[in-house]
Write a protein that binds this ligand. Structure first.
Ligand code: AMP
Ligand code: ZN
Length: 460
């Protein structure tokens, strides 16, 4: 029996013990990036938070007993527009953006499919792409039309919202508010203003596929149907946990629920719905449209990925985070202290219970980190931090990461150290001081040991 994990569920607005539908197979879906442009540091929050959930579930249920699907949206209006703007094909744009995203999140210490999947076994981490699942989307859409929950109008297929008695059960919004919130374009072919697009015609030059029956012209899917199709294909009609940012609750997740439940006649799509809070800048959500964003890569140019990860995990995932340089500096100091403590010891076999317990309480990372601060046994610290995806480097690896993040030119440092050594050998103290000042200007401190060797480190 796995120790009891409690999770807050947006569907019930309560924290409750988590019990997988199939005790031998936990299934999790998270909405992933739309790959039209480099991801910003706000987009990194769900990736890191649900990576931690995946790690925790693997610890509790066993690595072979958890399947995690995090999709890639590679068909979208923004993608079409950006590809046309840059004069490249859609596939060139999405492949390039996805490669950048992979590099970004790997540097944040996020597990990747190649880290966890085993040849010949059921995949543990799947990264499905929307354009590889058009057949499943068409099947779902045709099923919804056949069941009387969708209709064809002017080469579109629309979901018939009034046909679902309990539409809105996830976001729990009153109907008039949903109408305003949906910001759906008023279109003559819609029966109700809340009805949303499952399929639409493609404009010339846009990617297109064979449409569901009843429509001769080729077309392309709406956004919401993608996730219903991919989660069904990889996790089944009903699964355990569906995750994403809080802004996805309405309309995206509400509409996913409507599609999947009405197509399959199931009472729920996923049992537990988890949503992370916003990463904010001066009290406002970081977003592309507000223009107040920094890309993950820009942050990683200044800070090692582990520092960013720790700064992100210091706040509980449902609370907003204010993103500040002070938070990063603090995380950097913490990691320095911890790396100093653990040196290169191996992690303890047993996870420290004091660190695991708060994580079992709806991923209370703030308390888990406070407990890590209290540990003085290096092996326990290393094991506990490891569960959070931290302290994974050797001491020299960490030093190297700081050097890289500080943008220090190692060859130039070594040149100055050699000049200083030669000056000291010649008792030219003025030249030796000049070399030391040059190093300090680069942000490097030198230390001479008794045995005559000189080491250097980054000034914090
Ligand atoms: P998008 O590319 O806007 O669809 O966002 C991808 C993921 O990042 C979704 O799960 C969003 O909810 C999440 N997200 C976007 N902006 C933020 C933010 N400022 N803070 C936290 N999560 C965000
Ligand atoms: Zn989704």
């Amino acid at each position: 029996m796995a120790p009891m994990l409690r999770l807050y569920n947006t569907l019930t607005r309560e924290k409750a013990p988590f019990a997988p539908i199939d005790p031998g197979h936990v299934r999790v879906y998270a909405c992933g990036p739309t790959v039209y442009d480099a991801a910003h540091i706000g987009n990194a929050r769900p990736i890191i938070v649900f990576d931690l959930l995946f790690r925790l579930l693997r610890h509790l249920y066993g690595e072979a007993h958890v399947t995690y699907a995090r999709n890639v949206t590679d068909v979208d209006d923004k993608i079409n527009a950006r590809a046309a703007e840059r004069g490249i094909t859609i596939r060139e744009l999405t492949d390039g953006t996805l490669a950048t995203f992979h590099k970004d999140v790997r540097d944040l210490g996020v597990l990747m499919p190649e880290d966890v999947n085993m040849p010949g076994e059921r995949p543990r981490f799947i990264e499905p792409r929307a354009t590889d699942h058009i057949v499943e989307m068409v099947t779902l859409i045709e099923g919804l039309v056949a069941a009387g929950h969708a209709y064809v109008a002017e080469d579109h297929v629309l979901f018939d919202v009034p046909s679902m008695a309990d539409y809105g059960s996830l976001s729990k919004r009153p109907l008039d508010e949903m109408e305003a919130g949906a910001r759906v374009e008023v279109a003559p072919y819609k029966r109700s203003p809340l009805d949303f697009v499952l399929w639409k015609p493609s404009k010339p030059g846009e990617p297109s596929w064979s449409s569901p029956s009843g429509i001769a012209a080729p077309g392309r899917p709406g956004w919401h149907i993608e996730c219903s199709a991919m989660s069904w294909k990889h996790l089944g009609k009903t699964f355990d946990i569906h995750a994403g940012g809080i802004d996805l609750i309405f309309p995206h997740h509400e509409n996913e629920v409507a599609q999947s439940r009405c197509c399959f006649g199931t009472p729920v799509m996923a049992n537990v719905w988890m949503h992370n809070g916003f990463l904010q800048v001066e009290g406002e959500k970081m977003s592309k449209s507000l223009g107040n964003f920094i890309t993950i890569r820009e942050v990683l140019n200044d800070w090692p990925g582990e520092v960013v990860r720790l700064a992100m995990l210091k706040t509980h995932y449902r609370q907003p985070i204010d993103w500040t340089v002070r938070g990063l500096e603090e995380a950097n100091r913490t990691l320095d202290r911890w790396y100093g403590l653990v040196g290169d010891v191996s992690p303890a076999r047993e996870l420290p219970a004091a660190v695991l317990e708060p994580l079992l309480d709806d991923l209370n990372t703030a308390s888990a980190l406070a407990e890590l601060h209290r540990l003085d046994d290096p092996a326990s610290l290393k094991a506990g931090a490891g569960l959070l995806g931290l302290l994974g480097q050797t001491r020299s690896g960490r030093e190297q990461a700081s050097v890289q993040a500080a943008g220090i030119d190692v060859a130039a440092v070594e040149r100055l150290i050699e000049e200083r050594r030669a000056a000291r050998a010649a008792k030219d103290w003025a030249a030796s001081d000049r070399a030391r000042d040059g190093l300090a200007a680069m942000g490097v401190a030198v230390k001479d040991s008794k045995d005559g060797t000189t080491t250097w480190s980054v000034i914090k």
